[in-house]
Design a protein around this ligand. Structure first.
Ligand SMILES: [Zn+2]
Length: 296
């Protein structure tokens, strides 16, 4: 499968074989502001180079992008991270460009499929995937079946953790998980508290050094993430929860206390869900896009 991962700042292309191995992997800036016509031409060109580099024929094209999108009709509706890209028939254009069948899926849903098939969820029956990145997204597999939405469902980042809480940049409501646990909001909360921190990684580093302001911001992040996860494991009772995205790279500093809180607060067996880091790392986008094609 030729897998294309269309992000707001970066686009990736890779060839992924039937065992989930990445045979080639190329990344370049999306330049979303240049609009869909030039943007897709560049994405498809990146795809052709990935196929050339892999030295392997491909049978289909899988495309992952941020929502809202319509996976059934293969249309980007109005992706939040691609301003001005409205009603773009990306699947039809990819089919025309490559002469192959193409499938479109929400990037976080695709990542869940990738982790389930080839990553941290391999051999399990059910999984919840959360990406903690610029925003927070996620996907769910129940009894081996990926939950696919018609465009706007499965928005795990917009689970409410405080209904009178912070305004969510993604959807405008109050108190979404994303308003606390995205990289953007972790850094934002730290700056509001007077900390000189540009990124969530800075906040984590200051907290590890014992800076009391950073520790307080980090504790709130842990509390919010655990609160959201308790709701999710209570609903889906997954075997495993996989955390991906930049914020998850803080590793045990985040996972350790979150695991403890979820285990104590979840209902009965739901608290037994293992909570682990993404196994696919930077490749999760392309492996996910490929997994969706292979599942289709
Ligand atoms: Zn929201």
């Amino acid at each position: 499968v030729l897998a294309l991962d269309l992000g707001g700042t970066k686009a990736a292309a890779g060839v992924v074989d039937g065992g989930g191995r990445v045979l080639s992997f190329l990344v370049e800036p999306t330049r979303a502001e240049e609009g869909p016509e030039r943007g897709l031409a560049r994405l498809f060109d990146l795809g052709r180079r990935a196929v050339h580099e892999a030295g392997h024929e491909v049978a289909a094209v899988g495309i992952a992008a941020g929502g809202p999108l319509d996976p059934e009709r293969g249309i980007l509706l109005a992706p939040l991270h691609l301003p001005g890209w409205r009603d773009v028939p990306v699947t039809a254009q990819a089919e025309a460009a490559f002469g192959l069948p193409a499938v479109l899926e929400n990037d976080a849903t695709a990542a869940a499929a990738g982790e389930f098939r080839y990553g941290a969820g391999r051999g399990r029956k059910s999984l919840v995937y959360l990406t903690l990145s610029t925003g927070v997204g996620g996907g769910v597999v129940v009894d081996g079946k990926l939950l696919r939405s018609r465009g706007n469902g499965g928005e795990l980042g917009h689970v409410t953790v405080d209904w009178r809480g912070r305004e969510c940049r993604g959807c405008g409501r109050l108190g979404c998980l994303e308003a606390y646990a995205s990289g953007t909001s972790i850094a934002e909360r730290a700056r509001e508290a007077g900390l000189n921190a540009a990124t969530a990684a800075d906040v984590a580093a200051h907290a590890a050094d014992g800076d009391p302001v950073a520790v307080a911001v980090w504790d709130e992040t842990v509390e919010a993430l655990a609160c959201g996860l308790v709701s999710l494991v209570n609903v889906f009772e997954p075997d495993v929860v996989v955390l991906g995205g930049g914020v998850s790279r803080t590793g045990e500093q985040l996972l350790g206390p979150v695991r403890e809180r979820v285990r104590l607060a979840a209902m009965g067996n739901a608290g037994d869900a293992e909570i682990v880091q993404s196994a696919l790392g930077d490749h999760v986008g392309v492996v996910g896009a490929a997994a969706v094609v292979q599942d289709d």
